[in-house]
Design a protein around this ligand. Structure first.
Ligand SMILES: Cc1cc2nc3c(=O)[nH]c(=O)nc-3n(C[C@H](O)[C@H](O)[C@H](O)COP(=O)(O)OP(=O)(O)OC[C@H]3O[C@@H](n4cnc5c(N)ncnc54)[C@H](O)[C@@H]3O)c2cc1C
Length: 235
């Protein structure tokens, strides 16, 4: 997706009808919205979501579209802890039939080619990968493409785990659940030993985590151009 396509998409605002929220774990919620027929996106992209039912200070925030383009709803998933921001309080107030605005989709966090790919999710950073994996499953990927998801979650909540396990069963993709940075580094080293700079590395999650994993990869001789990042600020 080019810069100009993103610019154009940002100006395209639409209203989304809220369906329901779902509690995924102690402090993680998904919000589901109706999907209009003409709305489409590339797995891994995000939208800019705006609260419209009340006036709040920062009414617009980016969220990855956690649903795949092949699913018939728009889903976002986020952490809501004690003392949430006004934006997240407003999300929790949504009742079926109420609306939010979304502009986009935008972003280029997509699998583009058939290179061996290591997908690294830190906690809530699993959201764009859910979309990417669901899409791979829907496209019937049964070939031997080397794609591996490493899912690091110190709290071991592993949201979407059942769905991810099902996708791993139905495709050639593998999923490894990890608890610590050391375990993550070991898994990265295994992949790195096999593919080095023939592989692509995708990292999503809180910005500090994404930056430190990216630095780790570069210190291990992975070129910057083989690393794609989706850094969530606000964590
Ligand atoms: C490309 C992209 C994709 C993203 N995708 C996702 C995603 O899929 N899921 C996701 O969760 N995030 C995602 N983010 C990050 C998201 O946009 C938010 O920045 C993030 O969720 C934090 O939101 P917040 O409202 O808690 O943040 P902030 O407003 O920055 O608040 C941070 C913290 O400050 C405190 N705080 C703020 N306001 C108040 C208040 N009024 N009263 C009390 N305490 C307060 C709270 O403790 C709060 O948790 C993405 C970001 C980018 C750039």
């Amino acid at each position: 997706m080019s810069f100009f396509q993103d610019m154009f998409a940002v100006f395209k605002k639409r209203e989304l009808l809220f369906i329901e929220n779902r509690k995924e774990s102690e402090d993680v919620y998904s919000f589901l919205f109706e999907r209009e027929k003409d709305l489409t996106w590339k797995a891994g992209q995000y939208g800019l979501f705006s609260i419209t039912h009340k006036t709040i200070k920062n009414p617009t925030k980016p969220f990855s579209l956690a649903s795949a383009p092949t699913e018939n709803m728009v889903k976002i998933t986020t952490c809501i802890r004690d003392n949430p921001s006004d934006f997240k309080k407003a999300l929790l107030e949504l009742k079926p039939g109420m609306k939010v605005k979304m502009s986009g989709p935008i972003g280029s966090f997509n699998l583009q080619d058939n290179s061996p790919s290591l997908l690294i999710a830190g906690g809530i950073g699993i959201t764009p990968f859910r979309s990417i994996l669901k899409q791979i499953e829907a496209e019937g990927n049964k070939d031997e493409k080397q794609r591996k998801l490493l899912y690091l979650d110190g709290k071991k909540s592993y949201i979407y785990k059942n769905e991810l396990d099902e996708i791993a069963n139905n495709t050639s993709l593998s999923v490894t659940y990890l608890e610590s940075r050391d375990d993550l580094h070991q898994e990265i080293e295994k992949f790195n030993a096999l593919y080095k700079n023939n592989g692509k590395y995708f990292i999503a999650g809180p910005k500090s985590m994404v930056d430190s994993i990216s630095t780790y990869l570069q210190n291990n001789h992975i070129s910057k151009r083989n690393i794609k990042k989706d850094a969530f600020f606000g964590y």
